[in-house]
Design a protein around this ligand. Structure first.
Ligand code: ATP
Length: 237
């Protein structure tokens, strides 16, 4: 942990795509065992923030620390070994491989809680029914469960979720977010990007609101849920 007690510390981080500045001096922290939501409208910079943390996108200013180490500038695969798992929007499963193979090829190099194939199947029983089928034939919700299962089997200490409920039916959204909420009991920390503010705040401990690349609000999930203006002012509702 870093000196202030947090597992992840993002400090004054900026990032850009060429001349398009997508993050401007963003600071946030995630403590051990905490689920932190990142809320914001389309284009606010949420995906960019996760890509900056997981090393997919280089940052242009600031610093990122994870478990006492400075990690900005490091390659994504070294960060997954260090214990950061990224479940991107779009899911990144292998569609022609079976569910079984998608789970069994994960490199379990992290130092976080152990998740076996069986743990994943117990968490998402639908995947047990689809175990020998090609992942590309699963429904969107089932693919999301598989992507989360793969993310967990890497044994992260911190897991980054990008819009896990995107495109899912209300039933699957609730199920998937419920499963993410239950990870806290395993001692895992999570950063959860969601446009579905109400659903995210039900499982998060704290939240930050991003608006055109800057953090404009932060607080406990209860404080953010109770702020009457947030939905209209920042989330485009
Ligand atoms: P969404 O929910 O739509 O994914 P977001 O909050 O995740 O939104 P980002 O995808 O991080 O937002 O985008 C932040 C800004 O960076 C936007 O202005 C977007 O147009 C821009 N941007 C994102 N990816 C690229 C890219 N590959 N090249 C250029 N600009 C980009």
């Amino acid at each position: 942990m870093t000196s202030d007690g947090s597992l992840l510390t993002v400090k004054d981080v900026s990032a850009a795509y060429g001349k398009v500045v997508a993050l401007r001096g963003v600071s946030l922290s995630v403590n051990r065992g905490e689920i932190v939501a990142i809320l914001g409208a389309n284009g606010a910079g949420k995906t960019t923030l996760l890509n900056a943390i997981s090393g997919v996108l280089p940052i242009t200013a600031g610093r990122i620390e994870f478990a006492d180490q400075r990690i900005d500038g490091r390659k994504p695969w070294t960060l997954s070994r260090a214990g950061i798992s990224h479940v991107p929007e779009g899911r990144e499963i292998f569609p022609s491989m079976t569910v079984e193979a998608n789970l069994k090829i994960v490199d379990a190099f992290g130092s976080g809680p152990v998740f076996t194939v069986d743990d994943v199947l117990n968490m998402f029983p639908r995947l047990r029914e689809r175990f020998r089928q090609a992942a590309g034939n699963l429904s969107g919700g089932e693919q999301q469960m598989l992507a989360i299962g793969r993310g967990l089997m890497a044994r992260p200490r911190l897991i980054l979720f990008d819009e896990p409920s995107l495109g899912l039916s209300p039933f699957f959204s609730k199920f998937v977010l419920g499963a993410i909420g239950a990870l806290r009991a395993k001692g895992l920390s999570a950063l959860l990007v969601e446009q579905n503010m109400r659903a995210a705040l039900k499982i998060a401990d704290r939240a930050y609101v991003l608006r055109v690349g800057s953090i404009v609000r932060e607080g406990t999930a209860g404080e953010i849920a109770d702020a009457p203006d947030i939905q209209e002012a920042y989330l485009g509702a």
